[in-house]
Design a protein around this ligand. Structure first.
Ligand SMILES: Nc1ncnc2c1ncn2[C@@H]1O[C@H](COP(=O)(O)OP(=O)(O)OP(=O)(O)O)[C@@H](O)[C@H]1O
Length: 373
């Protein structure tokens, strides 16, 4: 039953298979009213499939979905509410606007489908267009508008019926990079101002971080970590998440009598680290500084440098390895120069190698340590 405390959408044990191919497996999350959850992952990880299950364009093979506490899909009970009865707003990558209809006709369409009388429809369409800043363009054709304007028409159409949840499927991927950046800001401001509850599919982490309260990182049909953007950056749950989010350099580490060494080198990270023989250590780009090289500590060779207006971006290759890291530096460095890398101990993140870690410590061994790079 619906109640005031129901999440806007609740997903439990959701799965989808095409024959033997498991596309989604054991997916679960809640989105509270007024919050935005981004589904972030590489191509083919199942983001769009998950959105289509919530929309009602696909039926799950396992699990259930509730909207405002009302079950709309339940594989075990064979329950399935069709898309038009779920009352959700949708914004697609290709805008999905009718070129032969005016902007007002496009935006009013969901209300027409619901049999809303024309006077009320006109007022609500005008209000929705005002909200997205297109009040003066009601009679235009979408084909006479820019990509950014068309996407705002699509947003007005998605919100005109005041749905409990708006689904966004890569809405900005057809726009050029500059317009895309501006639209991320615009959509973020609109979503916040309208207090929308939304599921937002993207493969772009900056878009997800800019727009969402929570981000679900997906891989191979599963959610591998769900957290606020700040938490994902500071505490990625696995090396794969750190890699996908491009957080820095993942160093293969080997335990020696002298402590942990970077595999294949004599460079140490200091004491600390997990109870394992091998591990990976994230040297996060956001917290690593470039300074003078010190014997025995992480050193790197400058292989490329690029001036960015507010400083230099250095591409560095860790000495004795094939590992690169990109770091910002206030000073220009010479190609081939050897520099030292410094990171506060609390910003390092260890991941024990699951094969060599001891069973008692393996689960708790990822995290910060007292070591300093
Ligand atoms: N009708 C289908 N039959 C079989 N496999 C399918 C079908 N539709 C999608 N898939 C597969 O399901 C997987 C997930 O697809 P989905 O489109 O959800 O991924 P995605 O993360 O949204 O990727 P993208 O960002 O490229 O759209 C892919 O491997 C895809 O090939």
């Amino acid at each position: 039953m619906s109640s005031d405390t129901s999440p806007a959408v609740s997903v439990r044990g959701l799965g989808l298979s095409y024959g033997p191919a498991r596309i989604l497996d054991e997916v679960g999350f809640d989105v509270a009213p007024g919050k935005v959850l981004a589904l972030l992952g590489p191509s083919g990880c199942g983001k769009t499939t998950l959105l289509q299950l919530v929309a009602g364009l696909l039926a799950p093979s396992a699990g259930r979905i509730e909207i405002l506490g009302v079950p709309v899909a339940d594989a075990a009970l064979g329950r399935f509410v069709p898309p038009e009865a779920r009352g959700l707003g949708m914004v697609f990558q290709d805008y999905a606007l009718w070129p032969h209809m005016s902007v007002a006709g496009n935006v009013g369409f969901p209300l027409e489908m619901r049999g809303v009388p024309s006077a009320e429809r006109r007022a609500r369409v005008a209000a929705a267009l005002e909200r997205v800043g297109l009040g003066a363009m009601a009679e235009r054709r979408p084909s006479d508008m820019s990509g950014g304007q068309q996407q705002r028409v699509a947003l007005a159409r998605a919100i005109v019926a005041e749905p409990p949840l708006v689904l966004f499927d890569e809405p900005l991927s057809n726009l050029d990079p500059e317009l895309r950046e501006a639209m991320v800001g615009e959509i973020g401001a609109l979503v916040a101002q309208l207090g929308l509850t939304a599921l937002y599919v993207t493969h772009d982490r900056t878009e997800a971080f800019a727009l969402a309260h929570q981000v679900a990182v997906m891989r191979g049909g599963r959610i591998v970590q769900m957290a606020a953007p700040e938490t994902l950056i500071a505490e990625p749950a696995s090396p794969e998440v750190a890699e996908f989010l491009n957080l820095g350099c993942l160093l293969p580490m080997r335990r020696s009598e002298a402590g942990w060494l970077i595999e294949g080198t004599d460079m140490s990270i200091g004491p600390g680290g997990p109870a394992a023989e091998a591990a990976r250590l994230l040297l996060p780009a956001r917290a690593t500084l470039v300074g003078p090289a010190i014997e025995g500590r992480p050193r790197a060779e400058v292989i490329r440098t690029r001036f960015r207006g507010d400083g230099h971006v250095l591409t560095l290759r860790l000495c004795g390895t094939a590992l690169d890291i990109q770091l910002a530096s206030p000073r220009r460095a010479a190609i081939g120069e050897i520099v030292g890398l410094f990171c506060p101990p609390q910003d390092l993140r260890w991941f024990a190698d699951p094969v060599t870690s001891s069973p008692t410590n393996a689960a708790s061994s990822s995290g910060t340590s007292s070591a300093a790079a």
